[in-house]
Design a binder for this molecule. Structure first.
Ligand SMILES: NC(=O)C1=CN([C@@H]2O[C@H](COP(=O)(O)OP(=O)(O)OC[C@H]3O[C@@H](n4cnc5c(N)ncnc54)[C@H](OP(=O)(O)O)[C@@H]3O)[C@@H](O)[C@H]2O)C=CC1
Ligand SMILES: CC(C)(CO)C(=O)C(=O)O
Length: 306
């Protein structure tokens, strides 16, 4: 199976490198600057599971002409439109496109562009970043890739994908309800991102502040109510566990959106928070804290662009 990983950043670079390390046929679609740096230094991973430097197969958009069997999409949401144009020559009749972006809007966008049948559900759980030397730093041992057909069916193609991904040194998990996995990932990540961005700190700092735990609980409840109004079926045991993991006073956590904000990078505010606020408005769910987060992130984006 020929695999194209689009973007060799924190997530695509990490998971793509682990697949390549397992001997799979992986090429990375990169832009000129990243291509130059990767040719010079290799793709470097610093990880609790073992460091790794690869000489990756690199392609730039103008070099794509043949279809790939699997395209793993790992760009930020604001780079999606350009990435879709770039990958078009690599999308054939049988190509599976598996996005691992956070949020949900990108799924409808991809379906509209490439057709529903080509899109496979995917998400990743990892805490990773690019450092100053453009190395990928995995900050905790978590490295889960979850995927499945949106129909929940165990089709031959998804089983083939599963056999392949299981060969890599990652936690690969085939799901018969990837839609639910996406809701629950969004619940956790939007709550975490909102708490960190609104309070400008990690979860342990918020927990140590007056009313911190109540704030985390209130934001989580707003996100949950919004997702339930949008179609998510609450699983109380799961949601209780997610909330508990956000409220660990001795385990500081941050989201990738917060780390990007602190580094002055562009952020996925619309995909992660704005989309929720729009859904809440549509379903008349009161979300004062989420709305305040959304306003704050827009103010921050204006300041960043000034
Ligand atoms: N980092 C994390 O811990 C986690 C992130 N996520 C989600 O994963 C998704 C990806 O995030 P992450 O990996 O952190 O992002 P990064 O910014 O680290 O990586 C994205 C990469 O995409 C590249 N890119 C953008 N457009 C193109 C293009 N047209 N062609 C080729 N390459 C392109 C960028 O390259 P260039 O250098 O050229 O700009 C960049 O290297 C996001 O939705 C994020 O929310 C999910 C779980 C955890
Ligand atoms: C939920 C979390 C923290 C881990 O996968 C994440 O997705 C992010 O930081 O963007």
């Amino acid at each position: 199976m020929r695999i194209l990983v689009v973007g060799a950043g924190a997530t695509g670079g990490y998971f793509g490198a682990r697949l390549a390390q397992a001997g799979l046929d992986v090429a990375f679609l990169v832009r000129a600057q990243r291509a130059q740096q990767l040719k010079r230094d290799g793709l470097q991973i610093i990880s609790p599971h073992g460091d790794l430097t690869l000489k990756p197969q690199l392609l730039q958009a103008h070099e794509l002409s043949q279809p790939f069997d699997l395209i793993i999409l790992s760009v930020k949401s604001f780079a999606l439109n350009q990435a879709m144009d770039d990958i078009a020559p690599a999308v054939g009749e049988q190509t599976m496109i598996m996005p691992i972006l956070n949020g949900m809007q990108h799924i409808a966008t991809l379906r509209q562009r490439f057709g529903e049948a080509r899109i496979v559900g995917g998400l990743c759980k990892i805490i990773a970043t690019l450092n100053d030397q453009q190395q990928i730093v995995q900050m905790t041992p978590l490295h889960q890739l979850i995927y499945g057909e949106f129909s929940g069916e165990m089709t031959p193609r998804i089983e083939q994908l599963d056999r392949l991904l299981r060969q890599a040194n990652i936690e690969a998990q085939l799901s018969d309800n990837v839609q639910r996995e996406l809701w629950e990932k969004w619940l956790f990540l939007a709550s975490l991102g909102a708490v960190c961005c609104l309070m400008r700190g990690d979860t342990a700092q918020v927990m140590a502040a007056p009313q911190g735990e109540q704030l985390i609980g209130a934001l989580f409840a707003e996100v949950l109510a919004t997702l339930v109004a949008s179609g998510y079926e609450d699983r109380p045991a799961v949601t209780a566990r997610l909330l508990e993991s956000l409220c660990q006073a001795d385990k500081p956590m941050t989201s990738s959106m917060y780390r990007d904000l602190m580094q002055g990078n562009a952020i996925e505010a619309q995909q992660i928070i704005g989309d929720l606020v729009e859904r809440a408005q549509r379903h008349s769910v009161p979300t004062p804290l989420l709305s305040a987060t959304w306003t704050q992130l827009n103010v921050w984006q204006q300041q960043r662009q000034a």
